[in-house]
Design a binder for this molecule. Structure first.
Ligand SMILES: *Cc1c(COP(=O)(O)O)cnc(C)c1O
Length: 355
């Protein structure tokens, strides 16, 4: 608190990111980063970009990156927006598209940044409860609203909606934007990008941070029809015309073009997820069906916060979220097979000791 703060600052409840510990010997399964390195071609492109041209501002429109993203999904570059991480893309979208007065609708258990953006931009919102089995029921997203936001797959549950459900949301609210946050879509869900041409009210947001192993680069993007993209550009150019530096543009463009590396590392994560889920079930955990690079688990007679603390003592960090509906669950990133095995044996040990 300070008398220098703007009144707004006093009201903010900022997002708390997962811990980025300084220790290097930890098994880090708490923020859904990729256990595999980025595309070697992306790394080389970044090294090549670090030259004398760094004295010049980057392309404010990130034309090469947007063209590469557009080409990959069969859209035109005017249907693509890029920003400094999808968090920034989401923030611009909230400000640009959801200020119509009625509440914004999103699930009660989802990415906790959504309420933070609503606080920052003064947007009313209504959190729609997940079903008791932690699913989004699209029929519940009715009534006057400023828009709808769903993460698909949802976080932290990992459960995905089908495109038929996304279409239903789009058709329930033809005059409002439905934002689909697809941070984890590459790990097994269907992307709504195939619906962009048919639905002027659809904005699909994705990121390089998870499936492309570039969380450190901070690049996110959105697909939508040109007038939605123009709204985001208007906000961006009223905030920071150069959100993506030269190195980020070069690295992200090369990453998009390295489809083979991308497919291989995503497939490895999916295979490890299947094995991890059965290992956890064998230990007595309930494991929600995940289409993401993490699993969401619950043990009928163990305290989740305590389990997380016990794992930490064994140099394994996972994510425990407070809150009425999440406090008895743990979110665990799918690591390498070796990391998953270490996690399972640590949990086996913990469960045996504390009986
Ligand atoms: C990780 C994540 C993001 C943000 O990713 P960036 O690193 O900012 O691109 C957005 N939405 C969800 C649901 C996420 O889990």
């Amino acid at each position: 608190m300070s008398r220098f703060w703007s009144p707004l600052v006093h009201t903010l409840t900022p997002y708390v990111p997962g811990e980025q510990p300084k220790l290097t010997n930890l098994i880090k399964l708490n923020t859904n980063e990729s256990p595999y390195g980025p595309s070697p071609r992306a790394l080389q492109a970044m090294r090549d970009a670090a030259d004398d041209t760094m004295r010049l501002y980057p392309d404010p429109e990130a034309a090469a990156l947007r063209a590469a993203l557009a080409k990959r999904v069969g859209l035109t570059p005017d249907c693509v927006f890029v920003g400094n991480g999808s968090d920034e893309v989401l923030a611009h979208a909230f400000q640009a598209l959801f200020g119509h007065g009625d509440p914004l609708l999103f699930p009660d258990v989802t990415y906790s940044f959504y309420t933070v953006y609503c606080g920052l931009y003064g947007l009313p919102y209504r959190q729609v409860p997940l079903t008791p089995d932690m699913r989004i029921q699209v029929e519940d997203y009715t009534g006057p609203c400023s828009g709808v936001v769903v993460a698909n797959p949802n976080a932290p549950t990992g459960i995905a909606l089908g495109l038929d459900d996304i279409k239903r949301l789009l058709e329930m609210h033809p005059d409002r934007v439905v934002l689909v946050d697809e941070a984890y879509v590459d790990f097994g869900a269907d992307s709504a990008v195939t619906l962009v041409a048919d639905y002027p009210n659809l904005l699909v947001v994705q990121t390089f941070s998870k499936s492309r192993a570039l969380a450190g680069l901070r690049v996110g993007f959105a697909f939508g029809q040109p007038d939605l993209i123009e709204a985001l550009v208007r906000v961006k150019d009223s905030f920071n015309s150069y959100p993506l530096d030269r190195i980020a543009q070069a690295g992200a463009t090369a990453a998009v073009e390295d489809e083979e590396w991308f497919q291989k590392s995503v497939q490895k994560v999916i295979a490890s997820r299947t094995a991890l889920a059965s290992g956890l079930q064998a230990l007595g955990f309930e494991v929600l069906p995940s289409q993401a690079n993490f699993v969401y688990i619950h043990h009928a007679d163990r305290d989740a916060a305590e389990l997380a603390a016990n794992l930490r003592e064994r140099a394994i960090i996972v994510r425990h979220l407070r809150g009425a509906r999440t406090a008895s669950w743990l979110r665990i990133t799918v690591g390498t097979d070796q990391q998953c095995d270490k996690l399972l044996s640590a949990l086996r040990d913990i469960l045996r000791r504390n009986t």
